[in-house]
Design a protein around this ligand. Structure first.
Ligand SMILES: [Zn+2]
Length: 212
């Protein structure tokens, strides 16, 4: 039996006979990880992202970030650098941050592989609709933590799995073929401990802010 990628506890295999795939469900922190055998290869993953409508053309997509900046980023009083990690082809959030007077950069492993940005330090790193794509969450979160200044913030937006397993099996969010990691608030708490971060905000739905 596989161990949980987050907390190392025992997992239980959960099968979806319809989609013909399985998940490892952690018995302790509730993290759910899609069977590696059905993860997309990098090329297929890239092609899938190209079909997402994540641009300024999509009003709903832009509004999410306008609201995020107003409600969650401005209150942090950031005066230093901001990195949007996993910005996608847009990069919508970075552009809006710059328009709002922030010193913002974006990095994306598929669309903007500017490695130099990974060796800088940031007062805030945003990671929106990205963590569900992580194939190795702990090492990704540790990388992000290493790029934070002391007292810097990490803002994560990913839909938390707060529903039962039955509801999870009917959840549209898991049907995206590029989504492989599904976090409960408990699993994010475990991640924060392992990375030496404290949780300063949790809306219990999809946004958590950590501080180094
Ligand atoms: Zn776990």
């Amino acid at each position: 039996m596989e161990e949980c990628l987050i907390c190392g506890s025992k997992t239980k295999m959960v099968e979806d006979k319809q989609l013909k795939l399985s998940y490892a469900l952690c018995q302790r922190c509730g993290f759910i990880y899609k069977d590696k055998a059905v993860h997309l290869n990098l090329e297929a993953e890239h092609n899938q992202y190209l079909t997402h409508n994540n641009s300024f053309e999509s009003e709903g997509y832009v509004k999410i970030f306008v609201d995020l900046i107003r409600d969650h980023i401005k209150p942090l009083n950031i005066s230093g650098k901001i990195l949007d990690f996993g910005s996608g082809p847009g990069p919508v959030l970075k552009t809006l941050l710059v328009q709002n007077g922030f010193d913002a950069f974006d990095y994306d492993p598929f669309f903007n592989r500017n490695e130099a940005y990974l060796s800088k330090k940031y007062q805030l790193i945003t990671c929106t609709e990205v963590a569900e794509h992580f194939t190795n969450p702990i090492s990704e979160f540790k990388l992000l933590t290493s790029m934070l200044e002391d007292k810097g913030y990490l803002l994560i937006m990913t839909k938390f799995r707060t529903m039962s397993l039955d509801e999870f099996m009917n959840w549209w969010y898991r049907r995206d073929r590029t989504h492989v990691s599904f976090y409960t608030p408990e699993s994010l708490e475990e991640i924060s401990k392992q990375c030496g971060l404290s949780i300063v905000y949790n809306n219990k739905i999809n946004i958590m802010i950590f501080q180094k």
